[in-house]
Design a protein around this ligand. Sequence first.
Ligand code: ADP
Ligand code: MG
Length: 603
Amino acid sequence: MTSIKKLSLHESQKIAAGEVIDRPSHCIKELVENSIDARATAITIECIQAGKVSIIVSDNGHGIAYDDLLIAYHRHTTSKINSCDDLQTLTTFGFRGEALASMCAVARVVFITKTAHDAHATELIVENQSIISEKPAARSTGTTVNVHNLFDLVPVRKKFLKKDATEWNHSLAIIKSFIAQHLSIHFLVKHDGELIFNCPPVKLYKDRLSQLYGNYIEHYLQELSMYVHEGIHIEGAITDCRYGRFDKSALYIFVNKRLVKNYHLVKALLKGYENSLQPGKFPAAIISITLDTTVIDVNVHPKKEEVLFQFPNLVDKAIANAIKETLLKKERSQFSPAIISEENATVSVVVAPYDPIIQVPSSPFIEEVSLPPISFVSEKEVSKLSPSFVNVDDANISEQQSYAVSFAQPEYTFVGIYKKTYMMVEDKDGLLIIDQHALHERILYDKWVMASESFETISLLFPVLFTLPEHEYEMLQPYLQLLYQYGLHFEQQGPSLFSVTSIPVFLKNESFENVIKEIVGWIYEDKNIAAENLYIKLTDKLRALIACKSAVKAGDILQEAMITFLLNTFYNADFLTCPHGRPMSWRLSVQDLEKKFKRDYLY
Ligand code: ADP
Ligand code: MG
C-alpha cells in the first residue's frame, strides 16, 4: 500500500530548483543576467562539456558584498526589490531571488567575488545548499560563478539532459542573443577550451551581426532607420534581400531589452521585405523595440519569452515600416542589382591543392552563351563548349529516353521561349505559357518519387573539406542514412571538419556545404515535430531540392531536344505546380483572347 509522505523542505526545494534551472542554457541565462544587472562591461562565459561539467561566468560588475554573499544563495534573496511595489519600476533582469538558490540546490557552486570596497576577494563554495568552504581569494572587482556538475545531486534531472551538442546548441542561442542585444559589453565565449566568440564593444547593431556571423555578412548589413512613432521606438540592424539563410536562427527580436519569441513579430519583420527575399530564405536581424510598459506585458510566459501587446497591429506595422524604409534607403544609396544568396557568399573551405577533378559539366541541353532567345544550339556546338570530364548528362539523356518511349505524340506547336524562361506553345485550346524551370523540376521530382533505387554518385578524386559545427552535425545524425541514399556522402575528419567523399550526379557544381547547411536549416525549423514525420518531410524536401538543383534554370537556353522532351512530358502528364507549389503554366484561351480584342461580337 502506498502512503502519502511530506517531502522534506530540502527535497522539495531541490525539485522546485529543477523547475527554474532545467538545463545548462538556463544557468547561463541567469548568470549572465546577473552580470548585466551588476553593470558589468566585460563578461566571460566558459563551458566544459556543454556546461554539464562546468559553467563559469565571470564579470567586472560591482561584485557581491560579503554579507550579501552569505545569503545570496538562499531562496528569495535579492538586492533588486524590497517589496512587490518595486516591481512597477524594475529595470533589472532578475528580481525573484531564485536563480542562485536553485543552482546551489542542484550543483556545487563556487563564487569568487570582490566589491570596490573590499580589500580582497572571497571564495565561497556551496553544495547541497550549504557552505562547505569560505576563504580569501584574489581577483579584481567583479564576480565569478562556477557551476560544477549540474544535476549530479538530482539524477532524475540529469537523465533528461540531451547530448552535449544539443545542450550546447541551446546555450549558444542564448549567448548569441545576449551578444546581439548588449552592444557595450565585451563578451568572450569559450567551449571546452576553444574560443567561440570574442566580441569587443561596438557602437552599431550591424557590427554585432558581423561579430556573430562573420565579416562577409557586412556587405549585406544595414543599420535600421530609427523608427519612433506612437510611443514605439525601434532600432537594430538587418541584412538586405541579397542575403538569405535557411533558418530563422539569426533573427533576434527584443522588446524592452528582453528576447521574445513571437510569431507575429517575425511575420511583420518578413513583411517589411515585401517578397524581395528568395523563397524559403530568412534574413539575419536584430530588432530592438522599446515601448511603454503600460501597453505590453512581458511577464506572461514564465520564461519571459512570450510577450503580449495591447495594440499588436501598431507594433507589427512599426516593424514592417522600419524595415521597408531601411531597405529603400540602402537601395537608393547603392546600385546592386545582383541577387546573392548565402550560398554564393559563403567561402567554402577547400583544403585540397587542386579543385576536385570532378567538375560536373553543364548540360549539353543548355547553352550559356548569349544567343537570340528562340534559337536552338546543335549538340555538336554544345559539346565544343562543355568540358568533358565525366558525362553526367548521360543521366539526362536516359531520363529523356525513358519518357520518350511511352509518349503519345501530343498536338501542339512550339512558338518560342520568352525571356529564356517561359516556353510558349499553341494548341487547340489557345496559348500556353510554361515556366521551363518549374516544369523540369516537377518532372525530375516525380521521377524520383517513383524510383526506389539509390542516387547515382560521383566519387571525388581530391576530397573537398568543409566545416560544420558539432551541434549541427549532431542534428544531422539521425538522417545520415537518408542523406547517403540521396548520394550525399561525407566523413568526419576532426572536430567540426568533414570531407566530402562523393556527390550526387545531379548536384552538378552546387556547393556541398551549402546543401548540408540547407538541410540543417530544415531540421532546425521542424525540430518540434515527431521524428518519423520529420523523416518523411525531409525525404520529400530532399527530392524537391535535388530536382530544383538539377533542373534547367530560368535564363538557360534550351536545345530543341530538351524543349521537345519537356513539352511532350508536359502534355502526357497532369502537372499543375512545381514541387514547391508554385504554378507551372498559364493558359490564355482563344475565348479570352477574342474577348480582349473584342472579336467575340463577331459570333
Ligand atoms: P535575482 O537576480 O532575482 O535578484 P539571483 O538569485 O539571480 O536573484 O541573485 C541573487 C542576488 O545576488 C542578486 O540580487 C544580486 O544582488 C547578487 N548577485 C548575483 N550575481 C551577481 C553578480 N554577478 N554580480 C553582483 N551581484 C550578483
Ligand atoms: Mg538573477
